[in-house]
Design a protein around this ligand. Structure first.
Ligand code: SF4
Ligand code: SF4
Length: 448
């Protein structure tokens, strides 16, 4: 794509990077075939190619974002299916980061939108605040206020629909501490305790700690680590995202510097793994943190990558009549290019994963997307649920809680489980909550 940035603008490293990205696009339009918003809306401006043109215009002319540009950028899920498809290697991820930051800096959103986004940015990354908000939401539901709240804004209605029936008690596994290896010690890893996931589904990190310690790893939950920064990054709040990244980098780099070091930083939410693996880029301009950020990014592993390196020996198997489908989270398959590994891990555990049609298409979860774009997220959620339903699956496994929560609202008849919870249970852990009541009768124990 031909660009015409003013030479003085190219002195800004971010603009120079944007120019390089834009120049790779050859307008072929292959990406439109796999873009969920283009498939749903059929509007070129809601395709990757159309958005790239709009971003180019805004950045090249150094203009503030217009309402029209914001509408189409906001509708982008950040699923990065376009990057998987693009034959020219256009780095849509970093270009859209710049465009979202430009929107945040130059566009004044209507007051209700500002309030809503501000609320999400101040609640979701902080487990204590998020838990209090969920409890408040539960009380509002009991008092019948949810319909009134939902009537105020479609986004509030979507939040109420996504709210769990119960808020689990805080888990000991998410508190900063060392979980020592069992048996022969083979290494030490840090675990990202995360933010929203530890409140909604503490069983995921607990299962990870069990399966890793059983296989010889010390697991450390670092005191200072917290939200990965993805939630605010997706809203264009890049400085907040960098601050959250710096805190994690400092915490994990300090662990890596200790005697014994770190073999990996294990991430159980693939939506967090993608930005953590990109910390080197996010903090490249920070003289103090750049090297540490690269170190941390190089150590980050999705939990399925770690599971794949273990000698996983199933001690039980799923009862007949409980077929499992695997849902590929976009952050895993497109963001981290981990497509087949989780299915191979499941096969080694004796599970034959069913694969839905359109596995490359996003379920509509995408961080805060299902709250901020409920109509489009609902259409994509229903589309994903229908494709999963056609597999005949009774259980859906995935590596990202956001996807599991989103699809569950459209597929109430199924059970939803994280891949690592299946791995833990099948190799000796307790029955996961998602399978409680259905496996006890049919499970076959193979323990010698
Ligand atoms: S990130 Fe996803 S929604 Fe956004 S343009 Fe690319 S394919 Fe479309
Ligand atoms: S597939 Fe790549 S090169 Fe082709 S239009 Fe899309 S972004 Fe541009």
């Amino acid at each position: 794509m031909k660009t015409s940035f003013a030479p003085d603008r190219l002195a800004d490293p971010a603009i120079a990077e944007a120019e390089q990205i834009l120049r790779r696009c050859v307008h072929c339009g292959f990406c439109t075939a796999t873009c969920p918003t283009f498939l749903e809306l059929g509007d070129e401006r809601d395709s990757p190619r159309g958005r790239i043109y709009m971003m180019k215009g805004m950045l090249e002319r150094d203009e503030p974002a217009t309402a029209d540009v914001v509408r189409h950028i906001d509708r982008c899920l950040g699923c990065f299916a376009c990057m998987t498809t693009c034959p020219s290697g256009v780095d849509y991820m970093h270009l859209s980061d710049m465009a979202r930051a430009r929107v945040a800096e130059t566009y004044t959103r209507p007051l209700p939108e500002r309030l809503l986004r501000g609320l999400l940015a101040r609640l979701l990354p902080y487990p204590g605040r998020f838990r209090a908000a969920l409890i408040g939401g539960r009380i509002a539901k009991r008092l019948g206020l949810d319909r009134w709240l939902g009537g105020l804004r479609p986004e509030l209605k979507a939040m109420m629909a996504l709210m769990p029936d119960e808020v689990p008690a805080p888990a000991a596994t998410d508190r900063p501490q060392l979980w020592p290896a069992e048996g022969t010690r083979r290494g030490r890893v840090a675990l990202l305790a995360g933010c929203a996931q530890q409140v909604l589904a503490p069983g995921i990190n607990a299962a990870t700690i069990r399966v890793l310690t059983r296989h010889g790893f010390d697991v450390v939950v670092a005191r200072e680590a917290g939200c990965c920064g993805a939630l605010v990054q997706h809203m264009g709040l890049m400085e907040q995202a960098r601050d959250q990244a710096r805190r994690n980098v400092a915490a994990w780099a300090a662990l890596a510097d200790q005697p014994g070091g770190l073999d990996a930083i294990v991430v159980t939410t693939s939506g967090c793994g993608t930005p953590i693996k990109d910390y080197g880029h996010l903090l490249a301009g920070d003289a103090y943190y750049a090297d540490r950020a690269r170190l941390v990014a190089g150590l980050a592993r999705d939990v399925t990558e770690v599971l794949a390196g273990l000698d996983l020996t199933p001690v039980r198997h799923l009862p007949a009549g409980l077929p499992v489908a695997y849902h590929a989270a976009c952050s895993l398959q497109h963001g981290q290019k981990i497509r087949d590994l989780p299915k191979e891990v499941l096969k080694r555990l004796g599970v034959t994963p069913l694969e839905p049609a359109e596995p490359h298409i996003c379920c509509g979860s995408a961080g805060t997307y299902n709250m901020l774009q409920p109509e489009l997220a609902g259409r994509l959620g229903a589309r994903k649920a229908q494709n999963l339903r056609r597999t005949g699956a009774a259980v859906v496994a995935a590596g990202n809680l956001g996807c599991l929560t989103q699809i569950a609202t459209h597929m109430p008849e199924a059970r939803f489980i994280h891949t690592v919870e299946l791995a833990d249970w099948l190799t000796g852990g307790p029955v996961p909550d998602a399978l409680a009541g259905v496996v006890e009768a049919g499970v076959v124990e193979d323990v010698a």
